[in-house]
Design a protein around this ligand. Structure first.
Ligand code: FES
Length: 97
């Protein structure tokens, strides 16, 4: 469904999305990587419905994900970095006690 426009060869990084290692351009956001991977960014807290990044500009909050162990990160506002771990977030954020 989503296809990346061609861009000049540049720096790439390795990230994992839900455990799958991917080599991606360093210019992408974590949300863009999830869309290219065909994944889900989160499930809703009430019904468990799957969600994917939508607005790609920090407005809709459908891209909330766990990035490098931190929950509720807006993946569309986070640029990928080498070794980044990106995981779908299931339901509401866990509150540490
Ligand atoms: S995709 Fe809408 S806030 Fe990130």
């Amino acid at each position: 469904m989503f296809r990346k426009l061609p861009e000049p060869a540049g720096l790439t990084v390795t990230v994992t999305v839900d455990g799958d290692a991917l080599r991606v351009p360093a210019s992408l956001s974590a949300a863009a990587v999830v869309l290219l991977h065909g994944g889900v960014s989160r499930t809703t807290p009430v019904s468990g419905s799957p969600r994917a990044p939508y607005c790609m500009m920090g407005v809709c909050f459908d891209c909330l994900m766990e990035i490098d162990g931190v929950q509720n990160r807006q993946a569309c506002l986070v640029q990928v970095a080498d070794g980044m771990r990106i995981n779908a977030q299931g339901g509401a954020r866990k509150v540490p006690r």
